[in-house]
Ligand binder design. Structure first.
Ligand code: ADP
Ligand code: MG
Ligand code: MG
Length: 883
């Protein structure tokens, strides 16, 4: 096998597309070299050596030594030097480089090959002893730190001590002689700690550094990072060995980093920093304040230290030309590292630059205008999830953060307000014009009004798909969920957390993007949707195949979703409409009624309210499809909890409170989520479906009149497992349609379908499809019922599952395409086999998750439906998955 690839002098054995073998850094060094850019010559030891190393008890392939020696001599020839030579020594850097850049890997070692003899040669050759000894002491510091594992503080102390005693502030003020003294102290330090001298043999130094790079692949930090970012452990890292160039050779030398465009705004101007007479990480280490590269940036910053443009105009001009060459070549914004040695520019790294969502949008749109990118390519340049940043207020990155605790980032955006512990308190405060954060152990449907009234929601229990999280995302409200260290004491109105106490009324800020809970009111940045957003979305809409709908019940959510480009409602959860104001009393009447007549009385009160709700939704959607799910709450969510609530219902019904209490107790269930809910309720009490169907049809007739656009409601029967369940409910709906058409003298088209959320429904899809004109995959419940886990309780062990590698992702956040996905595939195939034109969609939380959306595209669903604020994300993700 070929273990080593060389580059330099306008050619290279590798190329940019060999990133898997050469790592990102090595592949791009090869590419730049082949493009003819000035890259110090060097070679890359491949990632396959890393794999071999771990498969063979941390040893090297036999032929590697030779290959490295060969490559070293090639580099020597290119530079006119010899590694370890006492007269013309070759010095190198040893740099790690995985396929993707990865913190936790070994830091770069510079100036390797220096020892007591070669340092003298360098001093003679350059006539600059200060430079030579400065380089040597840097090498000892770096090598001791990253290869020998000694504490770098001890070295810094020696240095600080010297500067203090001699009244010096800058490293560059230290003389050659002084450095020599310091180097002696460094060497004794090493010998004391390790009981052997600092290695003087360049070969030993080199192999020490190479071994350190490979070993760093398995450090706990690197392993943790890979787990968090789903990077496979067998990728391995490459090692780059490269001839040194020196930015610390005096006033005509410098080192710097740059982005070809501004990474935070996306503006098309070179953006970067440099330091004169400096090396490597000095720029980012904060030892001296770096200077701006361009004159424009310097003026904007009002800085008095000269720009690179002014100081070294020739090197700057050359650098600028490489920037545009590399951008054109890679068709992307680049992040660059360079060094200037005695006026000569050297390129040391290039890679695609990290950027904010705002910058990503602007760069993608600009690059299409500049002819660098096609629209299709541009669509792929913006990560859909990152759009969240643009749609919500965010905490000002410059603001100070006093973090109390961190929970799950359940719904994006940041908000500040006074702590309240109940939904009623949130509502009262809102009426009085005060902002609040609703803090609850967990929330339930009864908290909807409080969640609407509060600026944000904080819970101590529950996961990413807990009630609080789902509802907050739907409302576009910030939410931090499951902040487990909060001890919420409702009775005394306090929260105890990590030795601190927060009281009702105290102002806090929650950051739904990071899960942080902070004290006080923290400065925010308001979202602004730029023209670029609209342009990119327009391109996305042209290429995507799947439609994007929204999950919405309130007119407000529906309007927001329309503004974000929703093409209909994929899920209207009617039970959410029942918790508002006085309605809950009528709902409780209905549930607690002993007789059908009693139920019909209560339903008659609900009918006009439902009709009004649906009419409004239909009007807002203006002829777009609207899927309405019939009532689907676990019954217990509606039961009165307090005596006060019981008496309220008793009075409305003219019934005895004690009898009602007995009835309520009788209705309690052990497993409400698997209990008397969904179509089961509709089978027991057909009059509920009748009332809802009537409200839907009457609203459709009314809205068709006011808008002039025909309304085709899609009525969805929840939790079907048996075709017979659907047939029975369907009968009531069909009969009601006839009745309303006769009464109003209009014709109403409509569809009846079902939510597929039980494994049995997926398996029996062929049969069920005979009675269903559409399926909507309710993947929240389908995930629960397939795994047999509850999303409200799974958080307590899913974390462990992920850490131990049993499960890669939370299946409630990203669809389990293997298992739940197979059921979706089965239901799709079987449903189509008996009804080829069946309409298929997804309405679970996964409908707004980019990787789940890609799966929906692969199965060929007709649409995805998600909460209003995720509609833009879904539009972009659907487009990317169609390309
Ligand atoms: P990282 O991956 O942490 O960015 P690098 O391998 O890019 O580490 O090295 C960090 C810095 O060290 C570079 O930005 C550059 O300034 C310096 N450096 C690396 N190799 C050389 C070299 N051959 N000559 C001069 N400076 C170098
Ligand atoms: Mg680098
Ligand atoms: Mg469900």
């Amino acid at each position: 096998a070929k273990w080593v690839y060389t580059f330099g002098n306008g050619s290279a054995e590798g190329a940019a597309d060999m990133r898997n073998l050469l790592g990102g850094k090595g592949a791009n060094l090869a590419e730049m070299s082949a493009l003819g850019l000035p890259v110090p010559p060097g070679f890359t030891i491949t990632t396959e050596v890393c794999t071999w190393y771990y498969e063979h008890g941390q040893s090297y392939p036999e032929t590697l030594k030779n290959a490295v020696a060969q490559a070293l001599s090639t580099v020597g020839t290119a530079t006119g030097r010899v590694f370890g030579d006492p007269d013309r020594p070759l010095l190198v850097s040893v740099r790690s480089g995985a396929r993707v850049s990865m913190p936790g890997m070994m830091d770069t070692v510079l100036n390797l090959g220096l020892n007591d003899r070669t340092v003298e040669a360098i001093a003679r050759e350059t006539g600059d002893a200060r430079f030579a000894y400065d380089s040597y002491r840097r090498f000892i510091q770096m090598y001791s730190d990253v290869v020998l594992g000694l504490d770098h503080h001890e070295f810094e102390e020696v240095l600080e001590d010297h500067k203090e005693r001699n009244d010096l502030t800058l490293d560059t003020d230290i003389t050659a002689e002084a450095w020599q003294g310091i180097i002696e102290k460094f060497k004794s330090l090493v010998e004391e700690e390790l009981e052997r001298p600092f290695p003087q043999d360049p070969q030993e130094q080199l192999w020490g550094a190479i071994g350190a790079v490979f070993s760093s692949w398995m450090t706990p930090r690197a392993v943790t990072y890979r787990r968090l970012h789903e990077i496979p452990g067998d990728w391995g890292t490459a090692v780059n060995v490269q001839a040194m160039v020196f930015g610390n050779m005096g006033e005509r030398s410098a080192t710097g980093v740059a982005f070809t465009r501004n990474p935070s705004t996306g503006e098309n101007t070179l953006y970067g920093e440099f330091l004169v007479n400096a090396q490597g990480e000095d720029v980012v280490a904060g030892i001296r304040t770096p200077q701006d590269i361009t004159e424009k940036a310097r003026l904007e910053a009002g800085s008095s230290s000269a720009s690179l443009e002014a100081l070294m105009p020739e090197a700057f001009a050359e650098f600028q030309s490489y920037c545009s060459q590399l951008e054109k070549h890679y068709m992307d914004m680049q992040d660059l590292e360079f060094t200037i040695e005695n006026g000569k520019l050297w390129m040391l790294q290039t890679r695609a630059g990290k950027r904010t969502a705002k910058a990503a949008l602007k760069i993608a749109v600009d690059m299409v205008a500049e002819g660098l990118l096609s629209e299709e390519k541009a669509i792929g340049r913006v990560e859909p999830g990152a759009l969240d940043q643009l749609l919500h207020p965010t905490i000002d990155p410059k603001a100070e953060r006093d973090i109390v605790t961190t929970g799950l980032p359940a719904s994006p955006g940041a908000a500040s307000g006074a702590i309240v512990f109940s939904s009623d308190a949130a509502e009262e405060a809102k009426a009085a014009g005060r902002k609040t954060i609703l803090v609850r152990v967990e929330t339930s449907p009864e908290d909807i009004h409080g969640m609407h009234a509060a600026e944000g929601i904080l819970t101590s229990r529950g996961g990413m798909t807990s009630h609080a999280a789902v509802v907050a995302r739907g409302m576009g409200k910030p939410c931090v969920a499951g902040a487990g260290t909060l001890r919420i004491d409702y009775r005394n109105g306090v929260i105890n957390v990590a030795g601190r106490q927060l009281k009702e009324g105290d102002t806090i800020t929650i950051d739904g993007a990071t899960g942080q809970v902070l004290t006080g009111e923290v400065a925010m940045l308001q979202p602004t949707l730029s023209g670029d957003f609209g342009i990119l979305m327009g391109w996305a809409d042209r290429v995507r195949r799947m439609k994007v709908r929204t999950n919405a019940e309130t007119p407000q959510d529906a309007k927001v979703a329309r503004d974000f480009g929703a093409e209909g409602i994929g899920l209207c959860r009617t039970e959410h409409m029942f918790f508002e104001g006085e309605r809950i009393i009528a709902v409780r009447e209905m549930i607690l009624a002993e007789t059908e007549a009693g139920r019909r009385d209560a339903l008659a009160k609900l009918l006009p309210m439902q009709r009004k709700d649906f009419t409004e939704l239909f009007e807002i959607m203006h002829g777009l499809p609207v899927t309405i799910r019939l009532l689907d709450p676990p019954l217990h969510e509606f039961l009165p909890k307090s005596d006060e609530e019981l008496e309220e219902v008793a009075k409305a019904m003219g019934a005895d409170a004690d009898l009602l209490r007995d009835r309520a107790l009788a209705l309690e269930e052990f497993n409400p989520m698997l209990g008397h809910r969904g179509c089961r309720l509709l089978v027991s009490y057909p009059e509920i479906a009748e009332m809802q169907a009537r409200a839907i049809f009457e609203a459709a007739a009314a809205a068709a009149k006011t808008t002039g656009a025909p309304v085709v409601p899609e009525i969805m029967v929840p939790l079907v497992g048996l075709k017979g369940e659907l047939d029975l409910v369907r009968q009531s709906i069909d009969a009601m349609a006839e009745a309303v058409m006769a009464e109003t003298g209009t014709t109403i088209s409509f569809q009846v379908g079902t939510m597929v959320e039980l494994p049995r429904a997926a398996l029996k899809a062929a049969e069920i499809a005979q009675s269903a004109e559409f399926f909507s995959f309710g993947t929240n419940d389908l995930t629960q019922t397939t795994f047999g886990i509850s999303r409200d309780d799974a958080a307590s062990f899913l974390g462990t599952y992920q850490r131990r590698g049993i499960m890669e992702q939370d299946p409630f956040v990203s669809l389990d395409t293997d298992g739940v996905g197979e059921l979706i595939q089965i239901a799709t195939d079987r449903g189509r086999s008996s009804r080829p034109e069946i309409k298929l969609g997804i309405c679970g939380e996964h409908g707004g998750d980019p990787s789940s959306i890609a799966f929906c595209e692969s199965v060929g669903l007709d649409y995805v439906s998600c909460s209003a604020f995720r509609v833009p994300i879904a539009r972009l993700a659907a487009a990317q998955s169609a390309l």
